[in-house]
Design a protein around this ligand. Structure first.
Ligand code: GLY
Ligand code: MN
Length: 362
């Protein structure tokens, strides 16, 4: 990625900082640092001063930072980053500097104010995350690739999903394929594979439980590509399934399709959540859908905005969101169906191609 690619983001952040009446920002969250200057390592700080941008890391990242960091001067030192800022006089007396309160622990704030007491520190919550909500062309391309890998891996693993197979056999194979085709260091998150009673736990951890007959199996996983996440859930039934299991599958699918139909720029996230929630409640299962309808995706698996009952956000073009309603019944099992979508001016594009037909395996 070019230097301009990152300085454009830094300039946008500077505009926001000016609106908030601060002279700069100390960025400590690694995802935010990656977003603003391209660094992908595990330790770094970025200091956006009034007229300079300083990146600080240690000797493990000499070559990596030289290759990756754009639009910032690099300082390598093995002492704490706050001490580096102090020793190099990166912040002159009297400046007002912002930090993202949601990413700074009480201890870190105490260190900041003790080591750098000559500036005024101001909590400016959510600035970088808000900038990152609208995805650019390259980000959308990376998410599309992550979704394609997710579809491909699911298709490859599908023949393995059978009665008698352990949940963890499926999750391990999915992780293997995501790392083979996508980013080699990680999949988007640890896959969720829940069969039978486990399918009623929305975030079930895969176990050595073998898939049985007459069950629902929820599989929720995704690849990561160039740091960008995909997130897809499919639910299948096994031979001997009940009418109730089939019924809740179709209710969830209708809720998902209904909410997807309502998505376009300008609509409130709460309204989209309500479309799915009302459908599920109307069918009598409202209290069994007790999580948000979806979330944004990007360099993090869960980003703002959210499709939820309490969201105050409105959709914009090029937001990338998941749509994932579910019904979870302790004695019947659970169903969740999840796709990733890109918001457009008048609708949305569903990225996942994996079938959502009611599928029975044996
Ligand atoms: N796909 C899991 C989650 O979004 O929480
Ligand atoms: Mn999700």
């Amino acid at each position: 990625m070019s230097t301009e690619y990152f300085t454009r983001r830094q300039d946008k952040l500077r505009t926001v900082l000016a609106e908030k009446n601060v002279d700069g920002m100390l960025v400590t969250n690694l995802t935010h640092i990656r977003y603003l200057c391209g660094f992908t390592g595990s330790s770094g700080s970025l200091l956006m001063g009034p007229d300079s941008c300083e990146f600080i890391t240690d000797g493990r990242y000499v070559f990596q930072s030289r290759n990756e960091v754009k639009g910032a001067n690099i300082t390598i030192d093995s002492i704490p980053h706050l001490q580096v800022i102090k020793n190099n006089n990166f912040l002159s007396r009297g400046l007002k500097i912002g930090f993202a309160g949601e990413c700074v622990s009480h201890q870190m704030f105490s260190d900041i104010s003790t080591i750098l007491p000559h500036v005024t520190w101001e909590n400016i919550v959510g600035c970088v995350e808000t900038l990152a909500m609208e995805k650019d062309y390259k980000e959308i391309k990376a998410i599309k690739t992550a979704v394609e890998i997710t579809d491909t891996a699911f298709a490859e693993v599908f023949p393995m999903i059978k009665i008698g197979v352990e949940e963890q056999t499926i999750s391990n194979q999915l992780s293997f394929l995501y790392r083979k085709y996508g980013d080699s260091d990680a999949d988007a998150f640890a896959p969720i594979v829940g069969s039978g009673p486990h399918s009623a736990m929305p975030h079930a951890r895969p176990t050595d439980r073998k898939i049985g007959p007459g069950e629902l199996v929820v599989i929720d996983s995704g690849a990561k590509y160039a740091g960008y996440h995909a997130d897809m859930t499919r639910t299948v039934a096994t031979k001997g399934y009940s009418e109730k299991q089939k019924e809740i599958y179709h209710i969830v699918l209708e809720a998902q399709l209904k909410s997807i139909e309502g998505i376009k720029a300008g609509v409130s996230c709460k309204e989209i959540d309500t479309l799915a929630r009302d459908h599920i409640s109307g069918a009598g299962y409202g209290k069994y859908f007790d999580h948000g309808l979806g979330h944004s995706l990007g360099l993090e698996i869960h980003e703002n905005p959210r499709f939820s009952k309490v969201s105050t956000d409105h959709l914009k073009s090029n937001y990338v969101m998941t749509v994932e309603p579910g019904i979870y019944l302790e004695d019947v099992g659970g169903v969740r169906i999840e796709d990733d979508i890109v918001v457009t001016d008048d609708s949305c594009i569903v990225l996942n191609k994996t079938s959502k037909d009611f599928t029975v395996i044996s």
